[in-house]
Design a binder for this molecule. Structure first.
Ligand code: NAD
Length: 324
């Protein structure tokens, strides 16, 4: 197959997760072979079941934090493995720290041995509850180092520091994607705001809003996010780049939008706020536009429409399975 990528073979840790599965698909579409490394602690085999028959795709089941061996040469290492939602990193606090620490180190070592480019999937959570708005990459963040979400925020901050230090010390080509809230088909409802709202709307339940609902997010469609991560891979850019959508919306308006797109008239129910929940989140994506020529393409309304449609299809399929 012809390739329109500069890479031949990529390792994607966390490739069996929500965003990782899009990255695997997009790499295969551009002619790159993919080795997906995942332990399915939070991801799901069904996300990549459609890729498993492809001879250019292989799956290595391993815990990245323990180290892993890849046979054959690779020229790109994307480290995306990590629990990534509040209930998941509450359930797996030590694992979250380890995959950001030793996990990142093992991936950097692999890139070093292979002379491959390395890209870290970091997060807007490195900005914590930001005192600067919107957040550009020069902002250092406002993070509680011992709060309940600190295992995630600090693991990613450590992973970023390690990536930069390793790149400098060993001359490895490194990139860092600071990913803002993403959503789309395959995202699990538990602990993720949009997929949670969609599940509640389709179940005819009230939409549960943590806190007063005035806190904002700037959700980015998952396929756009994956394209942004790969744009960083294809560049030689070495500093962090925000990957996110600039369309900022309050959680309450997001809930109302989900109801409208899903065509349901659900009640909004206000519940306890999450600890250290950021009040405002909007990326400044000037750097991504300038250095990578990347910007999101899918509007929030269109992304929600596609996500609701996919959730409906999944429900119909599982209803049919139950009937059989
Ligand atoms: P996800 O949970 O769907 O995917 C993460 C994958 O990593 C899962 O398949 C999981 O099984 C795997 N994994 C976790 N620990 C592992 C380990 N020790 N060894 C091997 N595999 C392991 O989450 P996602 O939303 O797809 O997030 C992917 C990456 O993007 C994460 O690094 C996350 O921090 C980052 N990110 C995501 C978002 C978002 O909104 N989804 C926002 C910011 C950053």
């Amino acid at each position: 197959m012809s390739t329109n990528s500069r890479f031949h073979r990529a390792v994607v840790t966390g490739g069996g997760g929500f965003l990782g599965s899009y990255v695997c698909e997009q790499l295969l579409d551009s002619g790159v072979e993919v080795v997906c490394v995942d332990n399915f602690s939070t991801g799901h085999r069904s996300y990549i079941s459609h890729l498993v028959g492809d001879s250019r795709f292989s799956l290595l089941e391993a815990d990245v934090s323990q180290g892993f061996e890849v046979t054959g040469s690779v020229d790109l290492v994307l480290h995306m493995a990590s629990p990534a939602s509040i209930p998941e990193f509450y359930r797996l606090p030590i694992e979250t720290m380890l995959v950001g620490g030793p996990g990142t180190y093992h991936c950097l070592q692999l890139a070093h041995r292979q002379g491959a480019r390395f890209v870290l999937a970091s997060t807007s959570e490195v900005y914590g509850d930001p005192l600067k708005h919107p957040q550009d990459e020069e902002y250092w963040g406002n993070v509680n180092p011992i709060g309940p979400r600190s295992v995630y925020d600090e693991a990613k901050r450590y992973a970023e520091a390690l990536t930069i230090a390793y790149g400098k010390q060993h001359g490895v080509s490194v990139g860092i994607a600071r990913i803002f809230n993403s959503y789309g088909p395959r995202m699990r409802p538990d602990g993720r705001v949009i997929s949670g709202f969609i599940a509640q709307a389709l179940d005819g339940l009230p939409l549960e809003i943590h806190g007063d609902g005035e806190q904002t997010r700037s959700p980015c469609y998952g396929e756009d996010t994956a394209r942004g991560i790969l744009a960083i891979a294809h560049s030689d850019y070495g500093l962090p780049v925000n990957i996110g959508n600039t369309q900022e919306v309050s959680i309450k308006d997001l809930a109302l939008m989900v109801c409208e797109v899903a065509g349901v008239d659900a009640e909004l129910k206000y519940i306890e706020a999450d600890a250290d929940d950021p009040r405002q989140r909007r990326p400044d994506i000037t750097r991504a536009k300038r250095e990578l020529g990347w910007a999101p393409r899918i509007s929030l309304r269109e992304g929600l429409r596609r996500t609701v449609e996919s959730a409906r299809r999944e429900r119909q399929a599982s209803d049919r399975e139950e009937e059989q």
